[in-house]
Write a protein that binds this ligand. Structure first.
Ligand code: GLA
Length: 375
């Protein structure tokens, strides 16, 4: 078994797009270790689209790294990453071309899997652009799933078909370990909220060995980089990261980690939030909207040690008071249990009976660990 917790790492796309080089990867790998991301559980350094030559090698038909970007080849990049105790991820696509118009793996699945294995690749993100008409999308994921299983190396299969063809209903059967369920994220509040809300009722099949991937995080980008747009506030990044954790989604950072600010680092290495994300059972949360303010969402999630996580999200433009009624999560007053809560991003700790009130600033969130206590 390859993956029993949601994968954690960093991916080049959100910030760098086409501007990727050997040097960037080495510097980011160094930062990854120096900043303590590795100690916090992050593992994968992933090069997204735009790494290869524009055409395959005419003699061998194999993909080759673009020498101007990667003058020492991909094996050297893999060795560097492995020497730092990290894992190496790469990118290809089901179609004849990738989304950014480089050669895709269509009809070359087994050859490409062998090439990736020979370079020491540990993770493959597999995109959905340029799929030939008339060919079944799920079949193309099955092909790469088999190719990766038979290439002689353990390679995490990160499917990325943006939720097409009801991906949740068949993706586990391809051998994939995570599956993108939405279109691309952009660095603004609407984007991360819409992505999270779109999957709220669709997390039932996200489970150990194959997790619902709601895209790379924009946390810490502050509007810079390829998907930069307006950027988000600190409050938004708290909410984005906490939502991903409450969903037990893969945590793939997308900012320039070499220039990550203190607050971002503190957030993305928060032990409690990561513990919620990495919960072994990866159960979907119960979601309840405030009765009259639909911008206020409460999530309640079972954890593997018999405790719970409780998240209050304010997606509105004004600070708000919100509440959770415990009977919504299965705890009626007649049970005669209280709920002891301990704040994750703040020091709030108390025992609540039947319901809990919380103030949440605009765009922000409040997250708690919760335990039931007999009255
Ligand atoms: C698609 C994917 C993105 C990224 C780009 C690369 O849009 O959804 O995550 O990989 O392709 O071109």
């Amino acid at each position: 078994m390859l993956v029993n917790r949601p994968p954690m790492g960093w991916n080049t796309w959100n910030t760098f797009g086409n501007n990727i080089t050997d040097q960037l990867i080495r510097e980011s790998t160094d930062a990854f270790v120096e900043l303590g991301l590795k100690d916090a559980g992050y593992q994968y350094v992933v090069i997204d689209d735009c790494w290869s030559k524009k055409v395959r090698n005419p003699e061998t038909d194999r993909l080759e790294a673009e020498p101007e970007k990667f003058p020492h080849g991909m094996k050297a990049v893999a060795d560097y990453i492995h020497d730092k105790g990290l894992k190496f991820g790469m990118y290809s696509c089901v179609g004849q071309r990738t989304c950014a118009d480089y050669p895709g793996s269509f009809d070359h699945e087994f050859l490409d899997a062998e090439t990736f294995a020979s370079w020491g690749v540990d993770y493959l993100k597999y995109d959905f652009c340029y799929k030939p008409n008339g060919i079944d999308g799920p079949l193309l994921y099955r092909r790469m799933g088999l190719a990766l299983r038979s290439c002689g190396r353990d390679i995490l299969f990160s499917a990325c078909n943006w939720g097409s063809d009801d991906v949740w209903s068949w993706i586990r059967s391809t051998g994939a370990h995570m599956y993108r369920s939405t279109g691309d994220i952009f660095d603004n509040p609407e984007s991360y909220r819409n992505i999270a809300l779109s999957q709220l009722g669709k997390l039932g099949t996200s489970a150990p060995q194959c997790y619902n991937d709601i895209d790379m995080l924009t946390v810490g980008m502050y509007g810079k980089g390829l998907v930069g747009t307006t950027g988000c506030s600190e409050a938004d990044y708290n909410s984005q990261f906490a939502l991903w954790c409450m969903f037990s989604a893969p945590l793939m950072l997308g900012c320039d980690i070499r220039r990550m600010d203190e607050k971002t680092l503190k957030l993305v290495t928060n032990k409690d939030l990561i513990r919620i994300d990495q919960d072994l059972e990866a159960r979907p949360p119960v979601g309840v909207f405030h009765p009259w303010n639909k911008k206020l969402l409460t999530l309640f999630k079972h954890l593997d040690d018999g405790t719970y996580a409780l998240g209050f999200f304010n997606m509105g433009e004004e600070d708000a008071e919100t509440f959770a009624t415990f009977s919504d999560f299965g705890l009626p007053a007649s049970a005669k249990y209280d709920v002891h809560v301990r704040g994750v991003l703040n020091g709030d700790e108390r025992t609540c009976r039947e319901y809990m009130r919380v103030s949440v600033p605009a765009h922000d969130c409040r997250v708690y660990f919760a335990e039931l206590q007999k009255q």
